[in-house]
Design a protein around this ligand. Structure first.
Ligand code: NAI
Length: 464
């Protein structure tokens, strides 16, 4: 039996960052992980592999659609699927081994196996029981099924994102259930590789929580790229046949029934907290009706000495939210007073164009009755975007009508996922739109579009 200051359960972005931060703060730390590699869903079967596939498939799209216009003559790209998967696996390996290196560097013990908490202060891994003054649950989430539908996920024909990242071949036809982040990122990957992709979304538009203007523009762009998108449709049944599946859905507007065949059905209807096998019931850790571990403002569960962070608790299921919570709980245990502003957690969809947002949407501001102004700038007016043939999209900045303080930003366009951070920092410092507008931005950059949107909150953009 070993004794630690902290044992973290789960080595995803929440857990491994938490363990590193604990070690940095001088706490004797171990991290329990049952997978063969560190990094959790994000590094093994989520964020990182999907970004490799998005990158590779984007280059295929560029070669097919834009090379000739730039004067580059190449034969039509041939896709070596096993090699594309090997490239993705190599990217995963580099990242997961990187975390292993960081654990060694920070003298964090990796307790290999699935952990449970037999009682406060103790963590069981395999046959061994370890002691810890503080236990942090960072057990993450698992894919949800389709609510109210008959469906069996076999990870071959009916898959979650995990199966979709490891298909034996590129499917001819794919149905994606759920027009959220996973559905649109992976739907884009396969659409670019030649798959006929149909996205079926329950709500009246894709990415339901997003700024409506951005979501509408995004839907149009994706349709132009060849994705079929059916909205306002409830999937009732996914029937698995020998080598394909049949998806039955009902259009909510007229109750009409429809069926569609596919070689692969991707279920991307959200994720649920993963807390199985931890022994939380017997321990007395309270869960919400949605299965999330209940915590107070300091990540403390209902059992003293047991904390929880990341996808297993309330809030957006995002790797960077989990990372911030991992750092924060470590700092709290070490006696510091960290703070997370949940209004400033950015969201990014890594399609082409990318979609990114931070702060309030226009809809939320209206709902709250807040007086606001909108500064918008199209990438059509941005020289750099034109130069790289990516001038679709816009930056939309929302600021308080009277004080000019930035309240939110929504971007659809090239590198939106990078551009958004300028506004995250500005909002952290309580900046006004004028602060951003008066900051010199290098030319020619996509960032100039952000400055122009800020100018549009005042006297007006220059290039509009
Ligand atoms: P999501 O919550 O983003 O989207 C699920 C979609 O499915 C919603 O649009 C919802 O209206 C729809 N839906 C629900 N039930 C349905 C039904 N019966 N029929 C049709 N549509 C239905 O969830 P998603 O895409 O599965 O992602 C899971 C989590 O992982 C999310 O919290 C997401 O933010 C996170 N994630 C984040 C990424 C990023 O930051 N780039 C990448 C991938 C995942």
């Amino acid at each position: 039996m070993a004794s630690y200051d902290v044992i973290v359960i789960g080595a995803g972005p929440g857990g491994y960052v938490c363990a590193i931060r604990c070690a940095q703060l001088g706490l004797k730390t171990a991290c329990v992980e049952g997978r063969d590699t560190l990094g959790g869903t994000c590094l093994n079967v989520g964020c990182i592999p999907s970004k490799a596939m998005l990158h590779a498939s984007h280059l295929v799209h560029e070669a097919e659609h834009n090379f000739s216009a730039m004067g580059i003559g190449v034969a039509a790209p041939k896709i070596d699927w096993p090699q594309m998967l090997a490239y993705k696996d190599d990217v995963i390996g580099q990242n997961t081994k990187g975390i292993e290196f960081l654990f060694k560097k920070n003298k964090i013990d990796w307790l290999k196996g699935w952990g449970s908490i037999p009682e406060a202060g103790k963590v069981k891994v395999g046959d061994e029981v370890h002691e810890a003054k503080h236990i942090i649950i960072a057990s993450g989430s698992a894919a949800a099924s389709i609510p109210g539908a008959e469906v069996t996920i076999d990870e071959k024909i009916v898959v979650t994102s995990t199966g979709a990242l490891d298909l034996p071949k590129i499917p001819k036809k794919m149905v994606v259930v759920g027009g959220g982040v996973i559905g649109l990122e992976l739907g884009s990957v396969y659409a670019r590789l030649g798959t006929e992709v149909t996205v079926i979304e329950f709500m009246d538009g894709i990415v339901p929580g997003a700024d409506k203007e951005v979501a509408r523009s995004f839907e149009k762009i994706l349709k132009k790229q060849g994705l079929e998108i059916v909205t306002g449709a409830a999937v009732g049944k996914v029937e698995t046949l020998k080598t394909k599946a049949k998806v039955s859905y009902k259009l909510r507007k007229d109750d009409s029934e429809h069926q569609i065949d596919a070689d692969v059905v991707l279920v991307a209807t959200g994720r649920v907290p993963f807390t199985e096998g931890l022994g939380l019931d017997a321990l007395g850790v309270k869960l919400s009706p949605r299965g999330q571990i209940e915590t107070d403002g300091h990540f403390r569960t209902s059992v003293p000495g047991v904390y929880a962070i990341g996808d297993a608790i309330a809030g957006p299921m995002l790797a960077h939210k989990a990372e911030d919570e991992g750092s924060a709980v470590a700092e709290m245990i070490a006696g510091q007073k960290p703070h997370i502003d949940y209004n400033l957690i950015p969201g990014v969809i890594y399609t082409t164009p990318e979609v990114a947002s931070v702060g309030a949407t226009e809809e939320k501001l209206k709902e709250a009755g807040r007086a606001y102004k909108v500064g918008k700038f199209s990438f059509m007016g941005n020289g750099r975007a034109k130069a790289v043939m990516q001038s679709e999209g816009f930056v939309k900045l929302l600021a308080d009508k009277d004080t000019d303080r930035i309240l939110g930003c929504h971007i659809i366009g090239p590198s939106a996922g990078e551009l958004i951070h300028e506004i995250c920092v500005a909002m952290e410092f309580g900046a006004s739109a004028e602060d951003v507008a008066r900051t010199c931005h290098a030319h020619p950059t996509f960032s100039e579009a952000v400055r122009e949107a800020a100018l549009a909150c005042g006297d007006g953009a220059i290039h509009a």
